[in-house]
Design a binder for this molecule. Sequence first.
Ligand code: 0O2
Length: 219
Amino acid sequence: MVTYMEQSFFKGEGIDSWNATMFLYNSALKEVKTKVEILNDEFQQVHQYNPIEYVKARLKSPESIVKKLKRHGMETSIDNMVNHIKDIAGIRIVCSFTDDIYRLAEMIGKQRDLTVVSVKDYIKNPKESGYKSYHMLVTVPIYMSDRIVDTKVEIQIRTIAMDFWASLEHKIYYKFEGNAPEYISKDLRECSEIVSMLDAKMLQLNEAILEAKAAQSER
Ligand code: 0O2
């Protein structure tokens, strides 16, 4: 349970430093979201195809920040949050097919003003829970009037099916505060296998459709 006192702790360090910090993350979020949208529009222009179904951008709530710091056994402070929490600014990109994920990750990695700090491929190496998603931690330079601040943004890229699974698992996780009964965790792991099968089948089907269309236009 996070108390009101804890939530307002950050503000106790000075409303100005809290606002200044969140201003940076919010600006970074806008920058990265725009970049992703431009990549998607360009892809549509060149290939007449949108790899992205939708993009969600969010700033982590003070309550979630406090919880995460506690989980890591850290004191609640702006310094700790900036240095140890990577997903204060988070972008989630949801694609139709698994190969779109890697295509997008490559395009994002090539953006000259983004620095890729780390990558976690939970598609090739799913979490114990069955969680699958591709995570990139990037920094983007935020140009202020008197300085440039490299600011972290976590980008999560996943398919619609992976996103469906993750949102249900997230609800269950919070409902049971991380201690879901084993039969539920087992069912979730099985569903995660089904998600992988569905994603593979949908990708195959899409490739078959593209080949059939190409053969038709050659005739
Ligand atoms: P919330 O409530 O979504 O913000 P960590 O290992 O979490 O302490 P790190 O390095 O940021 O620190 O972890 P990672 O693996 O990059 O995960 C960051 C975010 O990915 C999580 O944020 C979740 O949003 C999502 N995620 C990771 N693992 C799972 C999982 O097993 N199930 C679901 N549904 N989502 C997951 P938060 O802050 O943990 O949670």
